[in-house]
Ligand binder design. Structure first.
Ligand code: MLT
Length: 329
């Protein structure tokens, strides 16, 4: 997550200039009605938790309700497609993660262009992922998990929230690194997948700490490892997947807010201002910290930083996904 900060710092100055320019033209009338914030996965999951945490605080700042709506399907591409075609009036936004950058490689016929059909609001926060097993799944630690996975292969059920989901991305890299194939169980988001894991109907889930940390702390799941480059200070006993023999394995989930292309700069600036205020709200900071996420520095809380980061992430994931042979028509 440190690396992300450093790389993104290069675009900070440009982003700040854009935001200041837009703010100076701020419209007094916006917003005059509720704003929809579309979540591309099921309610109760990590993207939803982040969206609802921000929406509550942004509502106070904007004086209008930010209504969180879950529009699930096709690994987040249904929601992104809907937002790309929404009226560009500042009343419909999308919150999304790495899936925004992986979809152009994963889908041969994506019905939108991530770099041409959206306007950008800001980066938000970075979140580590954790590899978990259900309490009745035999392996007790990462070493046992690797040995079991190599032996049992497709007898093991692994959650998958669709092509474009980070749970799916993690699962793809995991299977590729282990040279094994699990049985993918589809969910509309990792919220329902976590319910299945807790109920013992699912064996393995790779998911963000924004959902998993409370379950790990309550000892309701088995924690095998973390997807970050370094161990996490708040889960010091969990090995990284990289140190466990899955060389080079690293996923950090980043989040951003988008609108359809053509949203007036004044509306983008006002929504961005409310987001920035939320990211300074002590209640939001506390909740995000408690869930193991890291708010991006203020220098990255602007449209240009998100646009540049998205572009670099498209380029980063394309060769890795192509090598893993992941496509949908
Ligand atoms: C969710 O919010 O349900 C997850 O982020 C889905 C995923 O990408 O795995």
């Amino acid at each position: 997550m440190q690396i992300a900060k450093t790389v993104r710092g290069l675009v900070a100055a440009l982003g700040l200039a854009t935001t200041v320019l837009a703010t100076s033209a701020s419209a007094q009338t916006y917003p005059s009605k509720p704003i929809s914030l579309i979540v591309p996965f099921a309610a109760g999951g990590p993207t939803d938790v982040l969206a609802r945490t921000l929406a509550a605080s942004m509502t106070k700042n904007l004086g209008q309700t930010v209504v969180v709506e879950n529009r699930v399907g096709a690994g987040g591409t249904v929601a992104a497609g809907a937002v790309s075609k929404a009226a560009p009036d500042g009343y419909t936004f999308l919150i999304h993660h790495n899936g925004m950058a992986t979809a152009p490689t994963l889908y041969r016929k994506l019905p939108y262009n991530v770099e041409k059909d959206f306007s950008y609001v800001s980066l938000i926060a970075d979140v580590p992922m954790t590899l978990l097993g259900s309490k009745n799944f035999p392996p007790n630690n990462m070493g046992e998990f690797i040995a079991y996975a190599k032996k049992e292969g497709d007898k093991i059920n692994l959650a998958n929230a669709g092509l474009g989901a980070v749970s799916q991305l993690c699962g793809t890299l995991l299977q590729q690194s282990l040279g094994t194939k699990f049985t993918a169980i589809p969910y509309s988001g990792t919220g329902p997948a976590m319910t299945a894991l807790l109920g013992g109907q699912l064996d393995v889930l790779c998911d963000q700490t924004t959902q998993t940390l409370p379950q790990i702390k309550a000892d309701k799941v088995k924690l095998y490892g973390v997807t970050t480059k370094d161990r996490l200070s708040y889960l010091p006993d969990a090995p990284t997947l990289n140190e466990s023999g899955l060389k080079g394995f690293e996923i950090v989930v980043w989040h951003g807010i988008y609108g359809p292309k053509g949203v007036p700069p004044e509306a983008i600036a006002r929504f961005n201002e409310a987001l920035k205020a939320a990211l300074k709200d002590p209640a939001v900071i506390q909740k995000i910290n408690d869930l193991g996420a890291v708010i991006v520095p203020e220098s990255q809380q602007n449209p240009a930083a998100l646009q540049a980061w998205l572009s670099s992430e498209i380029n980063k994931w394309a060769p890795l996904l192509k090598a893993a042979g992941q496509y949908a028509d």
